[in-house]
Design a protein around this ligand. Structure first.
Ligand code: SAH
Length: 278
């Protein structure tokens, strides 16, 4: 594809995801009351994921330096800078994502760089907090991610990470039986590899960090999938123009597949917090 075509494709996917997910391209944390009507409360719940990860990062002093690893188009970075009065550098391997983030961000103390999370080019000990929100599942080299996070943290600094997790490993027989489902997830959401929280904890410790807390947010995030599937159906006509009929089918089916995996205890969502010894 030419650059222009790639950009057009990205614009279409972004527009489609906006219809399905709203303005935040990550899961929500729903209260039990909100879970009764996931579509109505999707935006509030998506903000609550930011709030929940910020709470896990506390205390975070005003003016702290934060590195947002896998920053998308900068939504959480802008929110963090505004809410916690901190400086945020957003980092992602997507040049289009970073160009979009730069174009739509006008917040003092926020900037963006294109870099790979496993060789991020940032100086040693430069950040008080490293924030990894729903990007680690897309990174094949997770030990490398954790090493880079540890390297750029100042002594006494902290890492917080939240993401989709693997709760029960897939046996080879499962992989064969679920071939079509796994391919659909790959087409709809991109190449991903989920791991258990214990694996993240091990990589954090191996990188010299001390794991301070983990949390399981599987139940609280589940309504997200209900809302995305409902939005995909509700907006199917507009979505056809953006990502085609097969794209819409994949998206709706992928939400249903993940919902099954959530309910079968195969997959879920969680958080890890780790500190770099002072
Ligand atoms: N954290 C954001 C975006 C999540 S989408 C939010 O919550 O809204 C996942 C992001 O991870 C995208 O920006 C993608 O470009 C980025 N990403 C995936 N693999 C990466 C890698 N190896 N290095 C840096 N960024 C990566």
């Amino acid at each position: 594809m030419t650059t222009e075509l790639t950009a057009r494709h990205y614009d279409a996917v972004t527009a489609a995801w906006r219809l399905v997910m709203g303005e935040a391209f990550h899961y929500g944390i729903f209260t039990p009351a909100e879970a009764a009507d996931p579509v109505a409360h999707l935006q509030r719940a998506a903000v609550r994921l930011n709030e929940s990860l910020l709470a896990a990062a506390a205390p975070l002093p005003t003016g702290a330096r934060v590195l947002d690893v896998g920053c998308g188009i900068g939504g959480p970075a802008r929110w963090l800078a505004h809410t916690a009065q901190v400086q945020v550098r957003g980092l992602s391997n997507s040049p289009t994502g970073i160009a979009t983030a730069q174009a739509i961000t006008d917040v003092p103390g926020v900037d963006f760089v294109v870099a790979d999370a496993t060789a991020n080019g940032q100086p040693d000990a430069a950040f008080d907090l490293v924030w990894v929100m729903e990007s680690s599942h897309l990174m094949p080299d997770k030990p490398g991610l954790l090493r880079e996070c540890a390297r750029v943290l100042r002594p006494g600094g902290r890492l917080v990470l939240c993401d989709l997790l693997l709760h029960r490993p897939f046996e080879l027989s499962d992989v064969f039986a679920l071939r079509s489902e796994l391919k659909c997830l790959d087409r709809a959401f991109g190449r991903a590899k989920m791991e258990p929280i214990s694996a993240y904890a091990g990589w954090a410790e191996a990188a010299g960090l001390v794991v301070e807390a983990t949390a399981d947010w599987t139940v609280q995030t589940r309504p997200t999938l209900v809302a995305w599937a409902a939005n995909a159906r509700a907006h199917s006509v507009e979505l056809y123009d953006l990502i085609g009929e097969s794209g819409v089918d994949d998206l709706a089916r992928a939400c249903a597949i993940l919902l099954d995996f959530w309910d079968q205890g195969r997959m879920g969502y969680g958080m890890l917090r780790a500190g770099k010894p002072a």
